[in-house]
Ligand binder design. Structure first.
Ligand code: ZN
Ligand code: ZN
Length: 117
């Protein structure tokens, strides 16, 4: 019987210690900054994707992931945004015929290795 009482007492002390510890912990953790970033506005998808190896269409000089001439299902998205050159059947933002300087811009953002070729 005595040993059981001692055990209960020890358990009580343990619970109290835990409560004190967790109480302390809560106070500290509530101080942590919230994961809200007021600087982040609507997600704007960059025209030029991040540099990714192999994401490049050497044929058309644009990232493969946005190459409408290789993947014409992408065209609908560009047309929806009004980014489309009907004359050349390509996104206006990729239309090197309308804006030859675009080619250099795309090339500058090409994955490593593409520029050397
Ligand atoms: Zn292509
Ligand atoms: Zn054009």
């Amino acid at each position: 019987m005595i040993s059981k009482t001692k055990l209960v007492g020890a358990a009580c002390a343990l619970v109290m210690a835990c409560a004190m510890l967790s109480g302390c912990g809560d106070g500290a953790s509530s101080d942590s900054p919230e994961r809200s970033d007021p600087a982040v506005k609507e997600p704007v998808k960059p025209l030029l994707q991040r540099k990714e190896i192999a994401d490049w269409c050497p044929e058309h000089g644009v990232p493969e992931s946005i190459c409408t001439r290789c993947n014409d299902t992408l065209a609908a998205g560009f047309k929806e945004k009004g980014d489309w050159c009907a004359k050349h059947d390509a996104p206006e933002s990729q239309c090197f015929d309308c804006d030859p300087s675009l080619e250099a811009k795309f090339k500058a953002n090409a994955p490593a290795g593409v520029q050397d070729e």
